[in-house]
Design a protein around this ligand. Structure first.
Ligand code: SF4
Ligand code: SF4
Length: 95
């Protein structure tokens, strides 16, 4: 069920997500019951460009592409070890 007025913000200066570091954090991804979070490479690969212009495949970022489906349970906020996530429902932050 879609929740109106949801806004999820990730403070990237606090987030410790890492695709390749086995010790990198993935708690929000593992915790969210609705799989709101997702990841993707920072730079897009363009196969038409020469090989020497290949992008760095080790750089990934955390996104919230399904945030309009968030139910406001707050599990990700509580699970985040660095307080990097803010979830607001109709402008009010949940904890
Ligand atoms: S508040 Fe709950 S449903 Fe919303 S993104 Fe966080 S864990 Fe997922
Ligand atoms: S739980 Fe917090 S630190 Fe960990 S990946 Fe999610 S936003 Fe980043």
């Amino acid at each position: 069920m879609e929740t109106a007025g949801v806004e999820i913000t990730i403070d990237k200066s606090r987030c410790r997500y890492s695709m390749y570091d086995p010790l990198g954090c993935k708690r929000c991804l593992a915790t969210c019951p609705l799989a709101i979070f997702a990841t993707r490479p920072v730079q897009k690969r363009d196969f038409n460009r020469p090989l020497e212009e290949v992008v760095d495949p080790t750089l990934w970022e955390l996104l919230t592409p399904w945030q309009d489906m968030c139910n406001g349970c707050g599990a990700c906020v509580r699970a985040c070890p660095t307080q990097a996530i803010t979830v607001k429902i109709d402008g009010k932050a949940i904890s």
